[in-house]
Ligand binder design. Structure first.
Ligand code: ADP
Length: 489
């Protein structure tokens, strides 16, 4: 026999409670609670199918009791018994979502009917709820299956990438690493994941890249040299809300091509220098050979200017070639602030002509560098020279030399035209000129030479710039420990 629904009657003992119990017990199981304590206990211990509560029960407001119970059992059908169906009571009953009410005169059939209808209504809601829960659960399961398939697909793609990839979280801990990265650096993914990146990667060039200060909108990248001669290009790219992607691809072939190209340029430049020297020599002799008219003198002047221009270009190329070839081995203890003074002296003419305001900020007792003073002079001449060349009249240039963590940091800032973001990664390449400075003459070799010199001194350089605002060039050069104290000039 199927189990009968349990009707819980919460009415104080009276003829009404007896009538209710009698009327309902023919069709249902019934339980009587005569105070709030026994009502709560029965609610805890059994699962009534319907609750019938008096308008006042155990000295408390039945509506309030209904609100409390519905808070705990929102789907429980609920009837209120009242002596008199006053309109405000009926309004409160519907406001709190009670199923209905019973009021005298009461006939047995009517009591059973009302209870029966409330139960049917509750069963319909219960069935609908169960169907909805089932539908939502199966759609969630389907979605979970799709995202699992998606995850596997992404994992396969990530693991098949030929370049090395490592994903770091915002605290620089390893989140993901692909097999190419593991192979290149001899790592095991299981050991690497969940550890600080600097505990996992010890290759010095990579460590230097990871320690570069983050700068908005500026790519952080480095060449990574391996003992077997291979060269990689590594980049750090921010990933919003995740952290960083460290990627590296092999550029050994590109470097080799670059070396061959440089060698060719070097040879050609070298071979061109002697004939050019003769051209210059003979143009100087022409005037001595006999009188020239004004036109001839003007043409001769133009030839001389052009040949000077080609000669200085060739000198730059030869210079670059010898720095790149590692021929520059001269090292002395050098005070960069002294060199800066010579640079500023040389540029005085241009500074005055353009009314540029130059400010310098130099840390007292700047440590000496172990460097080639001639090359460092070239570095400062170029970078400070560019700041002045590209600044407009009455521009402002500030130069700072400071010492930090056994490094000397040179910063040259101007409020000139700035460098477009798309050019920033290329301005250190040979012959590359920015797209916004066509009105200034130049060969595009200066910064390539500077970068080669800085790197030959184990230093790093980079630029931060915003079009229309200006540029800051940074050069970081290492200080060797315990240099002898040089007397300052
Ligand atoms: P050049 O000055 O002969 O063009 P460089 O190698 O010195 O060559 O500089 C390369 C490019 O970098 C320049 O053409 C210019 O676009 C950009 N650049 C360098 N310094 C500055 C600066 N201070 N302000 C704006 N652009 C600069």
């Amino acid at each position: 026999m199927p189990k009968l629904d349990l009707i819980l009657i919460a009415l104080e003992a009276s003829t009404t409670s007896k009538l209710m119990e009698r009327a309902l017990s023919a069709h249902y199981q019934t339980a009587l609670a005569t105070d709030v304590k026994s009502l709560n206990r029965t609610l805890q211990e059994s699962t009534p199918a319907l609750l019938l509560v008096g308008e006042t029960f155990d000295g408390q407001d039945g509506i309030k009791i209904a609100e409390d119970v519905l808070e705990r059992f929102p789907t429980l059908p609920f009837l209120i018994y009242t002596d008199k169906a006053k309109p405000e009571l009926i309004r409160s009953i519907f406001r709190i979502g009670v199923s209905g009410f019973l009021a005298p005169p009461l006939k047995t059939d009517e009591i059973v009917d009302i209870v029966e209808n409330s139960l049917k209504h509750a069963h319909r809601i219960g069935d609908w709820l169960r169907r909805e829960v089932k539908r939502t659960t199966s759609s969630l399961k389907k979605r979970a299956q799709i995202s699992e398939a998606e995850r596997t697909r992404l994992e396969t793609i990530f693991n098949s990438i030929h370049d090395s990839v490592m994903i770091l979280d915002e605290d620089n801990w390893v989140v993901l690493v692909n097999p190419a990265m593991c192979l290149t650096f001899g790592l095991s993914a299981e050991d690497a994941i969940g550890r600080p990146v600097l505990d996992v990667l010890t290759q010095p060039d990579l460590v230097a890249l990871l320690k570069l200060p983050p700068v908005q909108n500026t790519l952080r990248y480095h060449e990574i040299s391996f003992p077997d001669g291979r060269v990689g290009s590594a980049q750090l790219t921010p990933i919003p809300e995740i952290g960083l992607a460290l990627t590296m691809f092999d550029i050994t072939d590109l470097k080799e091509m670059d070396r061959i190209r440089s060698e060719l340029v070097h040879t050609v430049s070298h071979d061109l220098r002697s004939p050019l020297t003769s051209v210059i020599g003979y143009t100087e002799l022409i005037e001595r050979a006999g009188p020239l008219n004004d036109n001839q003198r003007e043409f001769l002047k133009r030839i001389q200017e052009s040949v000077q221009h080609i000669t200085s270009l060739i000198n730059d190329l030869l210079e670059l070639g010898s720095v790149e070839a590692g021929l520059d081995t001269r090292r002395e203890y050098v005070q960069l602030d002294v060199i800066l003074n010579y640079t500023l002296e040389m540029l005085q003419g241009q500074i005055k002509a353009k009314h540029i305001k130059v400010q310098t900020q130099i840390t007292p007792a700047l440590p000496a560098l172990r460097a080639n003073p001639v090359r460092l002079r070239q570095v400062l001449d170029n970078v400070v020279g560019n700041a002045i060349k590209y600044s407009s009249d009455q521009g402002e240039v500030s130069i700072s030399l400071r010492a930090e963590d056994s490094q000397v940091i040179v910063q040259v800032t101007d409020n000139g035209p700035g460098i477009p973001v798309k050019d920033q990664a290329h301005i250190f390449d040979k012959f590359y000129r920015g797209s916004n400075i066509s009105s200034h003459a130049g060969s595009g070799l200066g910064l390539a030479i500077v970068k080669s010199i800085v790197e030959a001194h184990q230093g790093r350089m980079w630029v931060e710039s915003m079009v229309g605002r200006g540029s800051s060039f940074f050069i970081v050069l290492p200080v060797l420990t315990d240099p002898p104290q040089l007397a300052k000039k």
